[in-house]
Design a binder for this molecule. Structure first.
Ligand code: GAL
Length: 662
């Protein structure tokens, strides 16, 4: 499952620079504005725009018609001004005529309701008609612009995320299941349909998991998630193969939503030349920088540790939260440079010019309603100049990580079903807690799939892997046997790939690895409840575990039902943590495990809220706080952002950043 890279890469588009720009939707504006746009783009150092993301209705105003003139002029205009084009296939928003003439292209929700046109992403991944039209427009775009000198990259669709419970999806679901199971008996066995008398006697009885009276069959739902991810991927691959046939030298991407539940991004990333992501941390979130770092670490890991593309972020507020806050002065720069520190070779936005109409008119743009004099554009301009200044030294460089966090969509899907013991356990939140501990300990972290080669890492952390395949379990065992240190959180190794609970309630090989003799019961905690352990408090979950005689170290629960039983267990280099320790405690535990494994933080003694990342030869130091801080950076360096020489220590003001070269 490790990503092979043979075709073109992001480097073919960046050509030694950091790409800077964003989605450009000029069809919303009269052509005079386009000329003003390129002037302002050039002044801001914009070197890349993404065109055509939502242009299908304009490109194909009636079935089979083509209106390319406006796009021809734009491609030329961009090229004349030295701005590269990431050209999108417009297939995420089919024109209204498609839904009107071909209602079967519209997806249905689990209640059978149609998702009508009037917004976007209203297509059925399983519709032959949709796929045919999507392939045709992609073919014509690739034929027309494949040789255009402005073209630097293909952007397929946009944030694939549409589920479909409709009739055509039912047919492709059955086909997918036939390929997977071969026989109905095998399907019934895998889904455990003996429970509640759900055995299917005919393939036509197998449907998407539509609205039902009570809890649905969890393996049915799990397979439907797998199927949905695969069908959307099939749509992507169809279009990718078309553009690749025309332009084998031009890299292809599709933009992920961060840690989005519907898409097995490990699997998808294998099919991309460039891994790209859209990232919108909440400016008010005190842990916004960490949630950004998490997505950046994950995206870089999906890109095999190499450079990746920040396809979209917001220069100011978004408009889809309950309350949408602007970015305070300096925050856009700080978070953009954070992405570069963590491996981005492209810093782009949704969108270039803030719209005056439509659903996102209150979502910021690089140039906002306030125009050229507005703070947002002025800050964008400064950032563009800085990225141009450092781009040559940064682009292409990799980031080393001794620590990996394991993450798997299938495990998330299986663990998030109805009928589980605690709805308080939110998998992304659990992962965030563990990543936060590593981030606050200044340990540079990668993400990996549980079946990846783990030998590059000294420390592997499993926040929670409810479902583990046999191959993954063997991989973990081999990793520890080979000298690796493994720290696992609770509710790990419970189910096999069919979501069947493993004998003993937790896989026997893992129990043996961690020194667990018997797992008697799970004791989930209520919201706000905690449990006392020796030296810390646990939250969210606890477990009634009996240690095996060969466990090396036990930190017990104190008081209550679990008094004296192990909250944390260690056997050799394998740790098991049966609760979620409070943040400082989890950080302490991982710091200790890392030190035992020989992993050191990027810099010692960093003040709180200061992040340090090494990228190639460069050391990025970022102050996420509003107060001035002094950071010890032994040696003599040059700050590429200011040109100043820095010896042994550095002062960073509010949201300050230094990029040090030694
Ligand atoms: C992304 C999307 C963009 C825009 C943006 C607003 O999810 O790809 O088209 O809607 O969000 O934040």
């Amino acid at each position: 499952m490790t990503r092979e890279r043979t075709g073109p890469t992001l480097a073919d588009a960046t050509r030694g620079r950091v790409l800077f720009g964003g989605d450009y939707n000029p069809e919303q504006w009269p052509e005079e504005v386009w000329h003003e746009d390129v002037r302002l783009m050039q002044a801001a150092g914009v070197n890349s725009v993404t065109l055509g993301v939502f242009s299908w209705a304009k490109l194909e105003p009636s079935p089979g018609a083509r209106e390319f003139g406006w796009l021809d002029r734009l491609m030329d205009l961009m090229h004349d001004h030295g701005i590269g084009v990431v050209l999108a296939t417009p297939t995420s928003s089919p024109p209204p005529w498609m839904g009107r003439l071909h209602p079967e292209t519209l997806p249905r929700d689990e209640n059978g309701q149609i998702e009508w046109w009037g917004s976007r992403q209203h297509f059925s991944h399983s519709s032959d008609t949709y796929r045919r039209y999507a392939a045709a427009i992609t073919e014509d775009l690739a034929a027309r612009y494949g040789g255009h000198p402005a073209l630097t990259m293909w952007h397929i669709n946009n944030e694939y995320c549409t589920f479909d419970w409709g009739d055509e999806a039912a047919t492709t679901f059955r086909d997918w299941l036939r390929r997977k199971y071969g026989t109905l008996d095998a399907l019934n066995e895998a889904w455990g349909t003996a429970f509640w008398g759900q055995g299917h006697g005919d393939w036509d009885e197998v449907l998407p998991p539509r609205r039902a009276h009570y809890m649905k069959n969890p393996t049915h739902v799990l397979d439907f998630r797998r199927f949905t991810s695969d069908m959307l991927l099939e749509c992507y691959v169809i279009e990718r193969d078309i553009v690749r046939r025309h332009t084998p030298h031009i890299p292809v991407t599709t933009n992920f939503m961060p840690m989005w539940v519907g898409q097995d991004a490990w699997r998808w990333a294998e099919e991309e030349d460039v891994v790209s992501v859209d990232l919108y941390p909440d400016p008010r979130d005190p842990l916004g920088a960490q949630s950004g770092a998490l997505v950046q670490d994950m995206t870089r890991s999906q890109a095999g540790g190499g450079p990746w593309m920040l396809m979209e972020q917001a220069a100011g507020p978004v408009n889809w939260r309950g309350v949408n806050h602007p970015k305070p002065r300096g925050l856009n720069r700080l978070w953009s440079l954070q992405a570069v520190a963590r491996g981005a070779d492209a810093v782009c936005y949704f969108q270039w010019r803030q719209s005056r109409q439509g659903a996102e008119k209150f979502h910021s743009g690089m140039i906002g309603h306030a125009g050229e004099q507005g703070r947002t554009y002025q800050e964008v301009k400064r950032l563009g100049a800085e990225l141009a200044a450092i781009g040559g030294q940064v682009a292409g460089h990799r980031i080393g990580a001794d620590v990996a966090v394991l993450f798997d969509w299938h495990s998330w899907w299986a663990g998030a079903q109805d009928g589980r013991l605690s709805s308080e356990v939110d998998h992304p939140q659990v992962v965030r807690s563990w990543h936060r501990a590593l981030w606050e300990a200044h340990l540079t972290t990668a993400f990996a799939h549980p079946e990846h080669d783990l030998s590059p890492y000294r420390l592997v952390v499993v926040p929670q892997l409810y479902l583990l395949t046999d191959a993954a379990i063997e991989n973990l065992l081999a990793y520890v046997r080979g000298g690796g240190t493994l720290v696992s959180g609770f509710l790990t190794g419970i189910a096999d790939e069919d979501d069947r609970v493993r004998p003993g309630g937790m896989d026997a090989r893992l129990r043996e690895l961690f020194g667990i003799r018997t797992l008697h019961e799970w004791w989930p905690l209520d919201a706000g409840e905690d449990v006392e352990c020796d030296g810390f408090r646990g939250t969210l979950w606890s477990e009634e575990i009996e240690a095996a005689a060969d466990a090396d170290e036990i930190v017990p629960y104190k008081g209550g039902e679990l008094d004296g039983l192990p909250a944390v267990l260690r056997k050799g280099r394998a740790w098991y943590v049966s609760t979620l320790p409070e943040p400082a405690e989890l950080r302490g535990l991982l710091t200790r495990a890392a030190a035992d494994a020989g992993v050191r933080p990027v810099l010692e003694g960093l003040p709180d809220g200061v992040e340090a990342v090494r990228r190639g030869e460069l050391l990025f130091v970022l102050n996420h706080g509003r107060d001035e801080v002094t950071v010890v950076v032994p040696g003599t360096h040059r700050d590429l952002l200011t040109g100043a020489e820095v010896t042994d220590s550095l002062i960073l003001g509010r949201y300050g950043v230094a990029v040090l070269q030694s």
